[in-house]
Design a binder for this molecule. Structure first.
Ligand code: DLL
Length: 444
């Protein structure tokens, strides 16, 4: 990798992102070549995968076209748990230069591995991510993704450095110090979970630090769902442009997909990660444009190839060509996972629906939690949401007005009435990383 290849401050065509602009036929050729190689590698090195192929009478030679990928078995999260910690590695430990882990909610974490080459590919896709978000050499990037076993911090770090930007590896948390650094170091871009950035922006406002008057121009946000309403709030409150980036540990970490200047879906770096959309019930591959579960195959990973990994994230591949000129396909922003739905009185509810309803009501702050309880055998849902100091201090009238509007907005979207608790600013616990939106106390 050579520095002069990366972005310059002038913008325009960036050699760094050249793979984003490959003619389609060439892109498909690259994908097929890499698919054959990765299936060969997994077959040779990963017993679980070999057994599954043999069961179906498949060999790596069965991959004659990209469509043949649909013959391959899926990989799911429990495969990682069942082979904990290193059972799916395709490289000897001597070639593994990095491990990360994702905690998950129950039991053992899942462990993921990288060879030196994998780390380079990761830096490349994160560089392409930042380029798509309009960053370049000369930018000063405050990296508030957590450093550690979480992939966010180090993934963004290598990408920003490779781009030639200046990285401040501040990690998450210690909000007062974040604000001091942001102001004193002339930060132009920040990476964080959107919920943590909202918290930071709010704190800055309280401290009398006007983010709109700072050089801060771009926010690179991901690792959790955030609605368009949340984006609108962030941009209006801080004067920055907010970009959505997507990824998951099992595939590489951040760097799987990124928005571009158009903000109309996220480009998948599909020369490295092959996307499919399936019907989550039947497993059948759906045509571009249909909504379903995103399935990803790593095309170049060495230490831990993932074949048809079921992400549980619900989205669609957008078939149209993007206005930015990139030829790599886009996915729609991810609002929900197939496993974060809950059922209240027979109605299917996704947290993202609640968020959309809340944020459209004036006087609310983008900090909320959904509480699920069971009272006398009946499921209850209570939405706890913060309101602005003005609403909160004006105890009765304003509060009642906001409550009525919220109740209406939620009933309009969900079709049911839910409990509401309006609380003052800072009442809901803040996270340095992913926000916890749903607290389910129904069992135990
Ligand atoms: O969250 C990697 C990452 C770090 C992505 C920093 C973006 C920025 P995990 O901890 O393994 O990895 O969690 C992956 O988080 O399957 C999605 O459900 C969710 N997720 C990640 N990005 C987004 C996003 C990282 N932009 C899981 N929108 C994924 C919605 C997201 N959900």
């Amino acid at each position: 990798m050579h520095h002069e290849l990366w972005n310059d401050a002038a913008g325009g065509f960036h050699p760094v992102s050249a793979p984003d602009f490959l003619p389609e036929a060439q892109l498909r050729e690259v994908q097929l070549r890499r698919l054959k190689a990765v299936v060969g590698r997994a077959y040779e090195k990963v017993p679980l995968f070999r057994q599954r192929l043999e069961k179906r009478g498949l060999t790596p030679e069965s991959m004659q076209s990209l469509a043949d990928i649909a013959k391959l078995p899926f990989t799911v999260k429990t495969d990682l748990r069942d082979t904990y910690p290193f059972g799916l590695f395709a490289s000897p430990m001597a070639d593994v230069v990095r491990l990360h882990a994702s905690s998950g909610t129950t039991g053992k974490p899942i462990v993921v591995a990288y060879t030196r080459e994998d780390v380079e590919v990761w830096a490349e896709v994160m560089t392409r991510t930042f380029a798509a978000c309009g960053l370049h050499r000369g930018d000063i990037v405050q990296n508030a993704f957590g450093y550690g076993l979480f992939t966010g911090g180090l993934g963004a770090h290598y990408g920003a450095e490779t781009l030639g930007a200046t990285v401040i590896p501040i990690s998450g948390g210690n909000t007062d110090r974040q604000i001091m650094v942001l102001r004193d170091f002339g930060v132009t871009a920040i990476c964080a979970t959107p919920s943590y950035f909202m918290h930071l922006a709010e704190k800055a406002m309280e401290m009398g630090v006007d983010l709109k008057a700072m050089p801060l121009r771009v926010g690179v946000f991901g690792a959790e769902p955030w609605s368009d309403a949340m984006r609108a709030r962030i941009e209006a409150d801080t004067g920055i442009k907010a970009f959505d980036i997507y990824g998951l540990s099992e595939i590489i970490g951040p760097g799987v997909a990124s928005e571009c200047s158009q903000h109309e879906g996220l480009h998948v770096f599909e020369d490295h990660f092959y996307p499919e959309i399936i019907d989550p019930e039947t497993g059948e591959v759906l045509p571009d444009g249909s909504e379903g579960e995103l399935v990803l195959t790593t095309l170049s990973k060495k230490a831990m190839p993932m074949i048809r990994y079921r992400t549980r994230d619900i989205t669609a591949i957008l078939p149209e060509r993007c206005g930015c000129g990139r030829t790599i396909r886009r996915i729609r922003r991810i609002g929900r996972r197939s496993d974060d739905m809950f059922i209240i009185r027979g109605v299917n509810v996704y947290p993202s629906q609640v968020e959309a309803a809340l944020l459209n009501v004036e006087g609310t702050l983008p900090h909320y939690q959904i509480l699920l309880t069971r009272e006398q055998g009946l499921d209850q849902m209570t939405v706890e949401v913060e309101v602005t100091p003005e609403v909160f201090s004006d105890k009765v009238r304003a509060l009642e007005e906001v409550r009525a509007r919220l109740a209406h907005a939620i009933e309009h979207i969900l079709g049911i009435r839910v409990g509401l608790r309006l609380v003052g600013p800072h009442s809901i616990q803040r996270s340095e990383g992913k926000a916890k939106r749903v607290i389910d106390k129904r069992n135990g």
